[in-house]
Design a protein around this ligand. Structure first.
Ligand SMILES: Nc1ncnc2c1ncn2[C@@H]1O[C@H](COP(=O)(O)OP(=O)(O)O)[C@@H](O)[C@H]1O
Ligand SMILES: [Mg+2]
Length: 288
């Protein structure tokens, strides 16, 4: 891939504002004046505490929500709704429980009228890539949580979307499984060159995976800061660049978390964040 291709803007959000109306209350401002450009093939994380508008932003890019004002362009065209170029992977795999793993992965291709034999070959190929070739004929309930999320990733990528949107896809998994899936997602991303937007509230996860981290804030929801991550890949979370960045992000968050907690718990609340400092021997990462 030539450098000029990588430099193309893939997704452009300009002054995006999103309000949710509430009965007998002032509307919730989920996103206030969000401007962000994402390049083709870039891996961008949206990081921030619950309620800061991460899912709303992802859903707007997916075409599942409509912005109240502002504009959203993909490949320089306005977005009118969901499209084949964008696929979302959620925290829950959303697999059809009565269908085999293979049928689940083939489903989206058959809907698009891909011939059955070709759909089967492509689905099996993707199941191999996520190391589940042997489980093609299993039912979802026979799989662990991590395996289900692998199927969900295969099911998304088999249709060859340009953009993969992931909303806390690994949040329900144990830490060991999560670390394995980080390495696998990193590899798949580098092999396929997809543009990925990855929502998380785990700082470690964001620094290990991303080219750039968009740190978000609450009330109103929006962008607080953007951090480029300049560590070589594949990465290990003990990389000193990543540990340093993780602490920098945590420092920015302290102010934000204190503000939110004071609003919720009263003005005498003083946040003690020393306990949150990153110890490289602790591989749990910092959930926020
Ligand atoms: N469909 C909805 N109707 C009303 N309010 C919503 C809706 N979706 C999200 N919100 C509100 O918008 C804000 C941002 O929510 P969300 O994007 O889900 O945050 P996050 O994913 O960062 O936790 C929250 O205050 C939430 O309550
Ligand atoms: Mg969310």
């Amino acid at each position: 891939m030539g450098g000029f291709v990588l430099a193309e803007e893939h997704i452009i959000l300009q002054n995006v504002h999103k309000e949710f109306q509430r009965k007998d209350h002032a509307p919730t401002i989920a996103l206030d004046d969000v401007t962000l450009s994402i390049k083709k093939g870039e891996f961008v994380s949206l990081l921030g505490p619950s309620g800061c508008g991460k899912s709303t932003l992802l859903n707007i890019v997916a075409g599942l929500e409509k912005e109240t004002s502002g504009s959203l362009l993909v490949n320089n065209k306005p977005i009118k709704g969901p499209g084949n170029d964008r696929i979302v992977v959620f925290q829950e795999s959303g697999l059809f429980p009565w269908m085999s793993v293979l049928d689940n992965v083939m489903y989206g291709l058959l809907i698009k009228k891909v011939p059955k034999q070709e759909a089967k070959e492509r689905a099996l190929d993707w199941l191999q890539k996520v190391h589940l070739g042997k489980f093609a004929h299993a039912l979802p309930h026979e799989l662990s949580g991590g395996m289900k999320q692998r199927v969900a990733i295969a099911r998304a990528l088999v249709t060859d979307p340009e953009i993969l949107l992931m909303d806390e896809p690994f949040a329900a998994l144990d830490e060991q499984t999560r670390m394995v899936l980080h390495m696998e997602l990193d590899k798949l991303w580098r092999e396929t060159g997809k543009t990925i937007i990855f929502v998380t509230h785990n700082i470690r996860e964001a620094v290990v995976l991303s080219d750039r981290i968009v740190l978000m804030k609450t009330r109103p929801g929006g962008i607080k800061n953007i951090f480029p991550v300049q560590a070589a890949r594949p990465r290990t979370s003990s990389d000193s660049i990543l540990v340093h960045l993780e602490n920098r992000i945590l420092t920015e968050l302290e102010q934000e978390m204190e503000k939110v907690l004071k609003e919720e718990l009263g003005s005498d609340y003083a946040l003690k964040t020393d306990d949150l400092r990153v110890d490289p021997n602790n591989n749990m990462g910092s959930d926020i």
